[in-house]
Ligand binder design. Structure first.
Ligand SMILES: Cc1cc2nc3c(=O)[nH]c(=O)nc-3n(C[C@H](O)[C@H](O)[C@H](O)COP(=O)(O)O)c2cc1C
Length: 201
């Protein structure tokens, strides 16, 4: 079946994207408004996009009313955020933080998320996240439909010690990192069924 993107609704385009670009990594983003209200929310239109400098990209949909989500609004206002990778232990709090709440509600407190002060950005990182990345706004692209794509430059990586399998060169134990990934709707995946393919010379 073929869909001409210029002839379908953005709701159908969304369904086609989120049901087929799977599994998606999850950025549990902590941010702080200019007024000082802390915020945490998950985003799976997310990935690392380059390494010199290290950058991540996050895609924000508009709210149902057509406005900006608190996270994107905070990032554009302050230029700072933290991407926290989510493991299964964090999944319940991550899901709680996805509730649509007023901008003055601190989801970090509401979901009982333990945080640690960041080194160079105002929003704290999530203490138990296997990998937290302090980011500064690098660039943004506003979409005509009200969404915004944010590119963040990672200025600090905080890797949980138990996920380190070796130093020099650094080796990361992905079974210890154990990130979960978003499928469609309420469905998630674990990385428990891996296979390897050796690249040709
Ligand atoms: C696992 C997961 C992934 C999500 N990914 C996105 C996303 O990539 N883009 C988006 O706009 N909303 C996404 N959402 C919905 C937001 O988390 C939700 O709208 C949240 O209330 C936004 O909070 P905020 O206004 O505090 O930023 C996702 C929700 C979940 C549970």
């Amino acid at each position: 079946m073929h869909f001409d993107a210029s002839e379908i609704s953005s709701a159908l385009a969304y369904k086609l994207l989120v049901s087929t670009i799977i599994p998606r990594p999850i950025a549990f983003v902590t941010s702080k408004s200019a007024a000082g209200v802390l915020n945490a929310a998950p985003y799976s239109f997310f990935n690392g996009m380059g390494s010199a400098p290290p950058v991540v990209a996050i895609g924000f949909q508009p709210t149902e009313a057509g406005g900006m989500k608190d996270t994107s609004s905070n990032i554009l206002e302050t230029g700072e955020f933290v991407v926290n990778i989510v493991d299964e232990a964090l999944s319940v709090q991550m899901n709680q933080a996805a509730a649509t709440l007023a901008p003055d509600v601190d989801e970090i407190e509401l979901a009982g998320i333990e945080t640690t002060a960041s080194i160079d950005v105002a929003p704290p990182r999530i203490t138990n996240s296997p990998m937290a990345m302090e980011c500064k706004l690098f660039d943004k692209t506003e979409l005509p439909g009200g969404g915004v794509i944010v590119i963040g430059e990672v200025i600090h990586f905080h890797l949980r010690d138990d996920a380190i399998a070796g130093h020099d060169p650094l080796r990361i134990d992905i079974d210890k990192l154990a990130p979960i990934a978003r499928l469609n709707g309420p469905h998630y995946a674990r990385i428990t069924d891996k296979f390897s393919i050796k690249r040709p010379e």
